[in-house]
Write a protein that binds this ligand. Structure first.
Ligand code: CP
Length: 304
């Protein structure tokens, strides 16, 4: 059994069985990452392209390493130095790459739905590496792997997701995955950054940080997208941090061994204090390692 649909576009499409399979496979992959010689022949002869229309450090690099560790041929398209700048459309770029023999394309785009549209034109498989404010399924899977490794499972776990929910693709993916696996999710942030419809997705919503994180087993802090401040969603970064920043004092309200996770990049001193980011509760660097493992698992399950 692998990933049932041709493309991985959202966490919504994955049922419990598939999530368990991906997380189990990712754990096996971690043993390869820890080796001195990180190379297995699993995907020899397979061609993988990363096509990113938005900046990325973690996602793009971890997909590239994931493919290389499994001996796939990896090509990164720098859209600012490609025929995209001459006006070539996403569809034509995809068809061009497919004509060169690619097996899978990993795409990040500012438009929600762009990976789904690309997948509808290609026989090659597509992985969504983040589309607009819509979904970022591989981030959710690596977050879930991190939680599972520490806490064993998800059933009944209290998870608080805090921050700029309105503009976050991570929150929608995390919410889908965690609810599917039986966690209880509370979403928190300023009212201006909380969109409608989250209760229908299974979450509880509060605007009070202390309430959200009280007795939480996991706190997911979302990045404040600094460019949003100009749009007037909150008065100032200082005020945002005062009401919604996670510091040591607030963290003491959560369960003793509460995990703090963050998709990155973090804004130290704004949504998360440096002290919390560097604390024993923080799993931020582990998330990055797990990002490679989860992406290895997906490439393996989708290509083998
Ligand atoms: N979390 C995440 O998607 O990070 P990058 O933008 O660096 O890929």
């Amino acid at each position: 059994m692998g990933i049932k649909e041709k493309d991985l576009l959202t966490m919504e499409q994955l049922d419990r069985e598939q999530i368990e399979l991906i997380l189990h496979t990712a754990k096996e992959m971690k043993s390869i990452i820890k080796r001195d010689i990180k190379k297995v022949p699993t995907l020899r002869g397979k061609s993988i392209v990363t096509l990113f229309y938005e900046p990325s450090t973690r996602t793009r690099t971890s997909f590239e390493l994931a493919g290389k560790y499994m001996s796939a041929d990896m090509v990164n398209i720098n859209t600012t130095a490609s025929s995209v700048v001459k006006g070539e459309s996403l569809k034509d770029t995809g068809l061009t790459l497919q004509a060169m023999g690619l097996d899978i394309v990993i795409v990040r785009h500012s438009m929600a739905g762009a990976p789904a549209m690309l997948g509808s034109y290609l026989e090659a498989r597509v992985i969504n590496a983040g589309d607009g404010f819509h979904q970022h399924p591989t981030q959710a899977l690596l977050d879930m792997l991190t939680i599972q490794e520490h806490l064993g499972g998800f059933e009944g776990l209290k998870v608080a997701i805090v921050g700029d929910v309105l503009h976050s693709r991570v929150v929608r993916s995390d919410l889908n995955g965690l609810i599917t696996m039986g966690a209880k999710v509370t979403i928190c942030g300023p009212a201006t950054l909380i969109p409608p419809g989250l209760e229908e997705m299974g979450a509880k919503v509060t605007y009070n940080l202390e309430e959200a994180i009280s007795d939480a087993d996991v706190i997911v802090m979302l990045r404040i997208q600094l460019e949003r401040q100009k749009a007037g969603f909150f008065p100032s970064l200082r005020e945002y941090s005062q009401y919604y920043g996670l510091n040591k004092e607030r963290l003491s309200l959560a369960s003793k061994d509460c995990l703090v996770i963050h998709p990155g990049p973090i804004n130290r001193g704004i949504e998360i204090s440096g002290e919390v980011a560097d604390s024993l509760n923080s799993c931020i660097n582990e998330q990055v390692t797990n990002g490679v493992a989860v992406r290895m698992a997906l490439l393996y399950l989708m290509l083998s």
